[in-house]
Design a protein around this ligand. Structure first.
Ligand SMILES: C[S@@+](CC[C@H](N)C(=O)[O-])C[C@H]1O[C@@H](n2cnc3c(N)ncnc32)[C@H](O)[C@@H]1O
Length: 419
């Protein structure tokens, strides 16, 4: 059974949750009075840093776990970059793939990688501490409980390699934060050619190294293929969430805007065999999408629409429009305009389904990653369900539901209805 929540337009109280601290202050959210909740929080913070209380807490079996947990959390904040490097290098050196084949000794791994044992041991022990590898009998190492996930899903490995670009950009995070108008020269920005059109010529973020594959002379179509493949291999988790949460059989025709290589649309086509599907994306992408699906058993139910949702009219005829990991790449004005175009293209009782990672109003751990990923990419942003819902209502939709799905880390799902 699924529990769906209908989102009302932002009430003043929830509005303040979505504002930045400076906006909230400017809007009078900070009245100068301290609530009992804030008072308690301030007191707790003072306790947390009191040396006497720390000593008491760690010597008491009932409270020790809490202090240990806090300490581990702070340590993890500090160590995040190192953890990522361990993961990346275990993948790049093929160490995880090797131990997945069969457990082996450090000496075997040194021969396999060509690295000296007295250096490689640090990587291997780090991988064990992060559960990427584990220790087996007779001094051997095997694949660990997290490592097996990383090597078993090609989407995870591809995203880890791709994240190296983001972390290179974040080598100069202050510059990224100071930039007023996008991050033109960020590697992430250049990875996604469609965000490059959003550049404004103020030289922001100049001085970043240029993207290696651009220097290799790769054409725009090669770049398009690269990002489309990455999206396709990482889309599976998102597709499962959507298919499990929404009944597509209530529709006749689905228009998937920003369809990428069409993995989502083809899964829906195979799931409901009465459904027609329109697949829209930029012309370079649609060329690839078309060739990937033209000989499939369901290809007669697919139509391909090359074009930009920003400048071209949307095709008519669908009673459901889907936006899967599309809106978060774009600024508010473009997203609102897109919602308005979708609303105009849908018939009465038509719906818009939007699925992508969304911000938690209280702030979830994973939000930090997406906030910076989308900032490095260009003008996109991670939005709360409430913010997106408001934009949908502003575009003319009469009702918006937040569907319940088991893994919101992969995506949350909103459905907006036109009456
Ligand atoms: C992050 S990818 C998501 C692809 C796919 N929906 C998925 O979840 O794997 C965003 C997609 O939107 C497409 N896109 C970006 N700007 C577009 C525009 N103006 N018109 C149409 N498609 C666009 C991109 O080409 C890309 O395929």
């Amino acid at each position: 059974m699924t529990l769906n929540v209908e989102l009302k337009p932002f009430a003043a109280v929830s509005d303040s949750m979505a504002l930045s601290p400076s906006q909230a202050h400017a809007n009078g959210a900070h009245s100068g009075k301290t609530s009992w909740r804030e008072h308690f929080r301030n007191r707790l913070n003072r306790w947390m840093v009191s040396p006497a209380l720390y000593q008491w807490s760690v010597s008491n079996v009932l409270t020790r776990w809490f202090t240990q947990k806090r300490t581990r959390e702070v340590f993890d904040l500090m160590a995040g970059f190192v953890h990522f490097q361990v993961l990346l290098n275990c993948l790049r050196l093929g160490v995880l793939a090797r131990v997945q084949q069969s457990p082996c000794t450090l000496n075997d791994l040194a021969l396999y990688t060509g690295l000296p044992e007295e250096r490689l041991d640090r990587l291997v022990w780090s991988a064990v501490s992060l559960k990427l590898m584990d220790q087996r009998s007779a001094g051997r190492y095997g694949i660990g409980p997290l490592g097996v996930l990383v090597v078993s899903y090609p989407g995870i490995e591809a995203m880890v390699e791709h994240n190296a670009l983001l972390y290179a950009d974040m080598g100069d995070t202050p510059k990224m934060l100071r930039s007023q108008a996008g991050v033109h020269h960020a590697l992430m920005h250049q990875y996604w050619p469609y965000t490059v059109g959003e550049d404004r010529d103020d030289g922001a973020f100049a001085g970043q190294p240029t993207l290696e594959h651009r220097n290799d002379g790769s054409s725009e179509s090669q770049q398009t293929e690269r990002y489309s493949q990455l999206m396709s291999v990482s889309q599976n988790f998102v597709i499962q969430e959507i298919i499990g949460a929404y009944d597509f059989s209530q529709h006749r025709c689905v228009l998937d805007i920003g369809c990428g290589l069409g993995r989502f649309a083809s899964t829906v086509a195979q799931h409901v065999d009465t459904l027609d599907l329109q697949l829209m994306d930029l012309p370079e992408v649609v060329k690839l999408t078309k060739s990937a699906h033209q000989h499939t058993p369901y290809c007669s139910r697919l139509s391909f629409i090359p074009g930009s949702f920003k400048t071209d009219p949307l095709p008519m005829g669908s009673d459901l429009v889907t936006l899967v990991r599309v809106a978060h790449d774009h600024n508010d004005a473009d997203v609102l305009h897109l919602f308005q175009k979708v609303h105009a293209a849908l018939p009465t009782k038509g719906s818009l389904l939007l699925a992508e990672p969304m911000a938690d109003p209280q702030g979830e751990r994973q939000d930090a990653y997406f906030h910076f990923y989308l900032m490095a990419m260009g003008e996109g942003r991670l939005r709360t369900p409430q913010k997106l819902s408001n934009m949908m209502l502003q575009a003319g939709f009469s009702r918006v539901e937040l569907l319940s799905n088991p893994m919101p880390t992969h995506a949350r799902i909103l459905v907006a209805h036109k009456t």
